[in-house]
Design a binder for this molecule. Structure first.
Ligand code: NAD
Ligand code: WQD
Length: 340
């Protein structure tokens, strides 16, 4: 059995990916300091898969602990999710973001080198494209100046990985640029657990319908889009998770074409905020209390993925319909709030 180290594996995307890895026959070791997730997530993973992944609680900024982990387990591949990810907070606390997101990465790459682990999957983001000049955006589009320290950590990380691989022939990496991951596992055993007031659209929607938030603010309807609200590419988190398993397999089976590869993970469909609201209401039968307010600083107008490279090279496609995805988000919210 091959072993995959999943950093940030009790987090939102990491937990869904751990499920897919276990279901595909991998042994999963999770390393997470629980700074943005809860230990009970492991129960959810066990409930779905029948397997409780090995769990190591520590801060991946601690180099010696990272090295000890590699001494303890024979790790075949790493999927590196662990990061701080709140865009607004990163503007307030740049040094925390640069330190956490870059030091964790460097420690892992150093440990990989020392312990001869070949394969690394990195959680990147469509944020590296900024507002693209052409839509849909493909992987060859230029990386634009980052709008936040968070976004900059993703750009810098991709460069650090490339530079390292360039001089380390035994190492290879795949950077996956996620568009907007949403939804929860269909069992409602795991899902997104934002701490405090959600910054992202879908958790804000589900919390509003659950009565935790009074009203959803729609940030602007004066954009150059068909209904005036911004457009994004919302991808079901389980579809996204499956792409990580494909990426790991690709490298472990030596099917990668280059030692550093980049793939967009999206659906290829651009959806507006008002379309999310309408689709959610139709899928769940619930009304969303919302009002149009001013634009949110730093928001881009529209972005959606050209997924043809990932579809062709990875043989992977996100095909879960949006209404099912939004329904899964609501089922999860109901589950954690005990709503019947
Ligand atoms: P998340 O916060 O739910 O999960 C990240 C996990 O990493 C958390 O469990 C947290 O406790 C852990 N962590 C953070 N710093 C750590 C450290 N120093 N040591 C150990 N553990 C640490 O976030 P997510 O939404 O699952 O995102 C996973 C990755 O995907 C992140 O790298 C994020 O930047 C990236 N990403 C997320 C989105 C999104 O919209 N959710 C979009 C694009 C990219
Ligand atoms: C989506 C749309 C908002 C909340 C962020 C990061 C990005 C990536 C994913 C990590 C936008 C609108 C939102 C609300 C609203 N993360 N909205 N009311 O901004 O596309 O991307 O998360 O890499 O880097 O920037 O996602 O979910 O915050 O917003 O109207 O209360 O919903 O204006 O158009 P975003 P989001």
């Amino acid at each position: 059995m091959q072993t995959v180290l999943v950093t940030g594996g009790t987090g939102y995307i990491g937990s869904h990916t751990s499920v897919e890895l276990i279901e595909s026959g991998y042994k999963v070791v999770i390393a997470d300091n629980l700074s943005n997730s809860q230990i009970e997530v492991l129960d959810g993973i066990k409930e779905i898969t029948g397997v409780r992944p090995d769990f190591e609680k520590f801060d991946l900024c601690e180099r010696e602990k990272v090295f000890s982990l590699f001494k303890k387990y024979r790790i075949d591949a790493i999927i590196h999710f662990a990061a701080l990810k709140a865009v607004g907070e990163s503007v307030e606390k740049p040094l925390e973001y640069y330190y956490n997101n870059i030091v964790t990465l460097i420690n892992l790459l150093q440990a990989m080198k020392k312990y001869n682990t070949s394969s690394f999957v990195f959680s990147s983001s469509c944020t590296v494209y900024g507002q693209p000049d052409q839509l849909p955006v493909n992987e060859n589009a230029p990386v634009k100046k980052a709008m936040s320290p968070y976004g900059n950590t993703k750009q810098i990380a991709e460069e650090i990985i490339q530079d390292t691989i360039h001089v380390t022939p035994l190492m290879k990496a795949i950077s996956l640029r996620y568009f907007n991951p949403i939804g929860a596992h269909k069992s409602a055993e795991i899902g997104e657990l934002p701490l405090g007031i959600p910054q992202n659209l879908v958790p804000f929607v589900t919390q509003t319908v659950a009565g935790i938030r009074n009203k959803l603010s729609v940030f602007g309807n004066d954009y150059n889009t068909p209904d005036g609200t911004p457009i994004r590419d919302y991808i079901y988190v389980c579809d996204l998770a499956k792409a990580h398993v494909v990426a790991v397999k690709r490298m472990l089976n030596n099917e990668n074409k280059q030692n550093f590869e980049v793939f967009n993970l999206g659906t290829g469909n651009g959806i507006s905020v008002l379309e999310i609201i309408k689709t959610f209401e139709n899928a769940t039968g619930k009304k969303i209390n919302y009002e149009i307010v001013g634009r949110r600083e730093g928001d881009i107008e529209k972005v959606w993925a050209d997924t043809s490279f990932a579809n062709k090279e990875l043989g992977w496609k996100s095909d879960t319909p949006l209404d099912e995805t939004l329904k899964s988000a609501w089922e999860w919210e109901k589950r954690i709030r005990n709503i019947k």
